[in-house]
Design a protein around this ligand. Sequence first.
Ligand SMILES: NC(=O)c1ccc[n+]([C@@H]2O[C@H](COP(=O)([O-])OP(=O)(O)OC[C@H]3O[C@@H](n4cnc5c(N)ncnc54)[C@H](OP(=O)(O)O)[C@@H]3O)[C@@H](O)[C@H]2O)c1
Length: 141
Amino acid sequence: MRQPCSNRVGADHVIDYTQEDFTRRGERYDVVIDVVGKSSFGRTVRCLRANGRYILGNPSLSGMFRGAWLTAVSDKQIIWEAASYQPEDARLLMALIEAGRIKIVIDRRYPLADTTVAHRYVEAGHKQGHVVITVAQDREI
Ligand SMILES: NC(=O)c1ccc[n+]([C@@H]2O[C@H](COP(=O)([O-])OP(=O)(O)OC[C@H]3O[C@@H](n4cnc5c(N)ncnc54)[C@H](OP(=O)(O)O)[C@@H]3O)[C@@H](O)[C@H]2O)c1
């Protein structure tokens, strides 16, 4: 079995979602970040502490509406944002990575010719971290 990448990036405690639902542990959280968009909106909100934050990396339309309403009428904040794809953002990310302030987990690398295979792997929804396409240095893209 692969080591969960949350361990590799330094998590103190890991809950395996296939074994246990974090919203049913009776615990309260200051911040929940749902990167993959699979958490139950209602149950997650109920396990936030006062002034808690719920960050949606892949929000559904209903999650955005419910989130906007809840943020307006309660002490909770539901936050979502689309990533920016500006060159200066890429440069900032690169600087943070080079400075060791962001740890990158690379799951697999594929040569450019195997991009279709790489896509299939990503679309299966179980990659851990990033999948990289390697382009030969002497190749024009
Ligand atoms: N907001 C933005 O601007 C923005 C930009 C880019 C991407 N996104 C979103 O970010 C998300 C992550 O994208 P990605 O391509 O890196 O990953 P992904 O392929 O969507 O997710 C793969 C990972 O999610 C885990 N996973 C699957 N179901 C889960 C669940 N119910 N609970 C916890 N973990 C679960 C898988 O673990 P197992 O293998 O163990 O199942 C695997 O490690 C996507 O939903 C994408 O839409 C948002």
